[in-house]
Design a protein around this ligand. Structure first.
Ligand code: COA
Length: 258
């Protein structure tokens, strides 16, 4: 990996986008490497969850790499958005293992969209969020019009997308765009402490929870039916038997992900 640095600690993969001199802007290579890193989250049984963050003190990700936009026409623009959404943003959202964003500075354009594709977000108090594409004569292309509206509501999303204005971490907290605000020093510690709790739960129940909550926003499926089916399937897992047995025996469950 040339644009990402990966580290692994207590079952958590920390994916750091590592182009600090360009404020971690998402060029083609970052998108390809992020796609590969997320594949690893899906497929590597050692990894139970992941954190995405940015390197340096200034930016999480300051957007798609604008220098790559000059050569695009409509068909190349469509391919960029389509492939990016499928290979990175939707893949993160549908990951059966939690992927959370630790937003350590500017999260603009594709950076805000990357954070929003994650299952939830934690921000340091210097974080700034925005969708400034309108300043470039564009609109968000990595799911921003949809996920920002889902997360903060239509009126606030419209204002942010139409003005291109940024909001600070506390406003993002008030809007429900982030779950927690920390100091920059505490950011990764806070993210790992939450993931440590999730990683102690039954992995198939975690995956099922993600699938059912995501179904709220998927018009192709009935969310209530997804919940019923997933709830039912989990009764056939060893971990559900273990969970109930451990409760009855007043001991801690030992989950195996089966
Ligand atoms: N794409 C490509 N390069 C970017 C970038 C992006 N989205 N965002 C920042 N950079 C580069 C700058 O060009 C600059 O490179 P240089 O040193 O080679 O000139 C470097 O990162 C540092 O950015 P700079 O603008 O000098 O920092 P700043 O502190 O003055 O401003 C921002 C920070 C985030 C306000 C500003 O960089 C910005 O507006 N970036 C673009 C945000 C955007 O529109 N994103 C949506 C893209 S769809």
């Amino acid at each position: 990996m040339q644009t990402l640095s990966l580290s692994f600690q207590s079952q958590i993969l920390i994916i750091t986008i590592n182009r600090p001199d360009k404020l971690n802007a998402l060029n083609k290579q970052v998108i390809e490497e992020l796609s590969a890193a997320i594949d690893d989250v899906y497929n590597n049984p050692e990894i139970k969850s992941a954190i995405i963050t940015g390197s340096g003190e200034k930016a999480f990700v300051a957007g798609a790499d604008i220098s790559e936009f000059t050569a695009l026409d409509a068909s190349a623009g469509k391919a960029l958005a389509q492939k990016g959404q499928e290979n990175v943003f939707d893949k993160i959202e549908n990951s059966p293992k939690p992927v959370i964003a630790a937003v350590n500075g500017f999260a603009l354009g594709g950076g805000c969209e990357l954070a929003m594709a994650c299952h939830f977000r934690i921000a340091s108090n210097n974080a700034r969020f925005g969708q400034p594409e309108v300043n470039l004569g564009l609109i968000p292309g990595y799911g921003g019009t949809q996920r920002l509206t889902q997360l903060i509501g239509k009126g606030r999303a419209m204002e942010l997308i139409l003005t291109g204005n940024m909001i600070d971490a506390n406003t993002a907290l008030q809007y429900g765009l982030v779950n927690h605000v920390t100091t920059p020093e505490e950011l990764i510690k806070k993210a790992t402490s939450i993931l440590d709790i999730i990683n102690s739960k039954a992995p198939l129940a975690v995956a099922g929870s993600i699938k059912a909550v995501n179904a709220v926003f998927n018009e192709q499926v009935n969310g209530y039916q997804t919940e019923i089916d997933t709830f039912a399937e989990l009764f056939d897992t060893k971990d559900a038997k273990e969970g109930a047995a451990a409760f009855m025996e007043k001991r801690k469950p030992v989950f195996k992900g089966i």
